[in-house]
Write a protein that binds this ligand. Structure first.
Ligand SMILES: [Zn+2]
Length: 383
């Protein structure tokens, strides 16, 4: 009998079979039943199986997650299951990112909650390295390479929609950063506030024109663009295309009929080239993750003036700055104002939860995020 990542391998009965952990039912400490047969296990294996059967993603806050992940890391086997469970524990906690960093004494595992990084666990050099290799395997990159940059994606279901994984060599060895994407939010779930939500929904009824989503880095612009695309895909027929750098969550996986193209200048897929192609692709709605270059600005305006609704992210500190940013990129002010349906400006604030001791809302992090948004309607919307 041998312990595998996914279960137990039996040498004799009925042949060389693998029984999955899910197949087992516990009779007593060392006796388990699977497929109608009872097995008396050696204590070491029984203990590992008990850990498997008893594990549930921690439902409490940071302290619960620390205890659960610490227990996971104490197991001598099953790096792949440990990796999956680390992710589900982080997702259950509501973390946006998980970091694994090699340092002098092993590995630090940290999670980002409401914008702040918190220590989650420490792993030994050996178990941390195996865990990171398992994460690479899940992400579809080369598990044995730790000397190159690698980017991958871990498709998931249930608590966590999708994970983007990035691995980088460091002076101490390596670091891994995993971005966890939760369920895609609808417009009504963003926390825009009722006055703003109504106006955004009305602005999105336009068939043509330009709608900007403005804010600084980390203000949640992509989340808002996805919610707007979900709204448009649900409320109107048509061909919807989204140009992103990088694609954060795959919308079709979530049942949202929007084609996403990743901007990749090394393959000629610049935002300008993709926007020009979008004009020839007979699409009704075009989303651009961020307008960065003069070509982006010019082509987005051209699309907005030729029968498309264009949604675009803009890096800006205020609504007025968003418009000015496009003008700085060479957009003709008159053409811009004639196309502009509105500027949704948003900020993500981190505020004290106010509970003092950890609660359901902050999950023990004591701080929570709050969206502040305002919509300025443009002249293009008044026509
Ligand atoms: Zn709280």
């Amino acid at each position: 009998m041998r312990l595998l990542d996914e279960g137990l391998q039996l040498r004799q009965w009925p042949t060389r079979a693998v029984l999955r952990f899910d197949d087992f039912e516990r009779l007593d400490g060392r006796t388990l039943r699977a497929r109608g047969r009872a097995f008396r296990l050696p204590e070491e294996i029984a203990q590992a199986v008990r850990l498997e059967l008893d594990w549930v993603a921690p439902r409490g806050g940071l302290e619960d997650a620390r205890a659960a992940v610490g227990q996971l890391l104490s197991r001598p086997h099953g790096a792949r299951r440990t990796a999956e469970r680390l992710l589900s524990a982080a997702a259950q906690l509501g973390a946006s990112d998980v970091h694994l960093e090699a340092d002098a004494g092993g590995w630090a595992i940290r999670v980002r909650l409401a914008g702040d990084l918190h220590d989650l666990a420490r792993a030994s050099a050996e178990s941390g390295t195996r865990l990171v290799a398992a994460l690479k395997g899940l992400a579809g990159v080369l598990p044995y390479r730790s000397d190159v940059l690698q980017e991958g994606r871990i498709p998931r279901s249930g608590v966590c929609a999708d994970v983007r994984a990035s691995f980088a060599p460091t002076a101490m060895g390596e670091r891994a950063a995993l971005r966890l994407f939760g369920r895609l939010l609808r417009l009504g779930e963003l926390g825009l506030g009722p006055g703003v939500l109504d106006k955004v929904e009305r602005a999105l009824e336009a068939r043509t024109g330009l709608m900007l989503v403005a804010g600084s880095t980390g203000a949640g612009k992509t989340t808002t663009l996805y919610a707007a695309l979900e709204h448009l895909a649900r409320t109107r027929r048509g061909a919807h295309l989204s140009l992103e750098d990088p694609v954060e969550q795959r919308l079709r996986v979530a049942g949202i009929p929007v084609d996403q193209i990743e901007i990749e200048p090394s393959r000629g897929l610049t935002s300008g080239a993709l926007l020009a192609a979008a004009l020839r692709q007979d699409v009704d709605v075009i989303a651009v993750g961020e307008i960065r270059t003069p070509a982006d600005a010019r082509l987005a305006l051209e699309a907005a003036h030729t029968g498309r609704l264009v949604l675009a992210g803009v890096h800006a500190g205020s609504p007025a700055e968003a418009r000015q940013r496009l003008v700085d990129l060479g957009a003709d002010p008159a053409l811009l104002d004639a196309a502009l349906r509105g500027v949704l400006f948003q900020e993500l604030e981190t505020v004290d939860c106010g509970c003092g001791a950890g609660c359901e809302r902050c999950r023990g992090a004591l701080r929570v995020r709050r969206l502040r948004a305002e919509l300025q309607l443009g002249e293009g919307g008044a026509r």
